[in-house]
Design a binder for this molecule. Structure first.
Ligand code: OGA
Ligand code: MN
Length: 295
């Protein structure tokens, strides 16, 4: 094995060399990648010209695939990719660019808000693996923020205040921030809020982190406006430049991040003129962060 991991930022994000995702991994390679994830929270692998099947096979080394169901408004018949892959592109099933006002494009713009993937699910995601098949000439970076470093930098009073807080997360809340409120009753049922701890502890390293996301709409037991003020302050704190790494994509990069320790967001590009074909496999989390209860 010759996996080499080179950090590119003081807190998070490292570059991996020595992996070819077109072939099966040896157990020591999987272990080296997992150790790299525990430490750096986001890893980039360059030059991975892979098929969807190879992406799924590589991802399966790290846990169960979370199916791309219930996280979007795209109808099954309009799906471009297999249900094991989340479609993070601006393309319809005929590989044509979405029109500027296409409802699916409007909904997908939610990725421009800081978030943690599937924090709106009762069992939130562990890892996400995003493969860049086609990228625009400019723009379309992805930014990552380190929620461990952000937690460490809080003052003692804030840490004590938030230790046991539980938030409600829903796609309805992140989309409402964009003014996207026209959802059918069925969509609203699908996106019913779930509960998540605000502070979580990494199962391997024991490090605490802020479990923040733009999907948060309130804190259990708090008046909503007060909850939103605190969450806004925490997101502002946690996304200061010192905690953030901006990834500039190259074609065939695969970036893998730990949703338990980071937030991320997409940056703009010329979506109505240029194709950006990104495909995401998601590794399911192992347990809820808190007991669920009907909201
Ligand atoms: C995602 C996501 C950001 C981007 O794939 O989960 O939020 O830059 N992507 O496309
Ligand atoms: Mn995302």
């Amino acid at each position: 094995m010759s996996v080499r991991i080179r950090p590119l930022h003081p807190h998070l994000f490292a570059e991996v060399e020595g992996i070819d995702m077109r072939r099966p991994l040896a157990p020591d390679e999987v272990a080296a990648i997992e150790a790299g994830m525990d430490r750096h929270a986001v890893l980039v692998f360059h030059g991975q010209d892979i098929t969807d099947e190879q992406q799924v096979a590589f991802s399966t080394n790290f846990g169960e695939i979370e199916l791309a169901l219930g996280g979007n408004i795209t109808k099954d018949a309009d799906r471009r990719l297999d249900v094991k892959l989340a479609d993070i592109s601006n393309l319809d099933r005929d590989n044509r660019l979405f029109a500027r006002d296409d409802r699916r494009r409007m909904f997908n713009l939610g990725n421009r808000l800081w978030h943690s993937d599937s924090s709106f699910r009762a069992v939130p995601a562990k890892y996400s693996l995003l493969s860049a098949r086609r990228i625009p000439q400019s723009g379309g970076n992805t930014e990552f923020a380190d929620m461990r470093a952000a937690y460490d930098a809080l003052d003692d009073a804030t840490r004590a205040e938030i230790e046991d807080l539980v938030c409600e997360h829903s796609l309805l809340y992140s989309r409402a921030q964009l003014g996207f409120t026209e959802l059918s009753e069925e969509e609203q049922r699908t996106f019913a809020p779930v509960r998540q701890r605000l502070v979580r502890t990494h199962p391997v390293t024991g490090r605490k982190s802020l479990f923040l996301s733009s999907h948060i709409g309130t804190i259990v037991g708090w008046p909503m406006p007060e909850a939103r003020c605190l969450i806004r302050d925490l997101i502002e704190h946690a996304t200061q430049r010192e905690f953030v790494h901006a990834h500039v994509w190259r074609q065939y990069d695969l970036v893998m991040w730990d949703n338990r320790q980071t937030m991320h967001r997409a940056r703009p590009y010329d979506e109505t003129r240029e194709a950006r074909d990104m495909r995401r496999t998601t590794i399911a989390g192992e347990a809820p962060t808190v007991a669920q209860q009907a909201a």
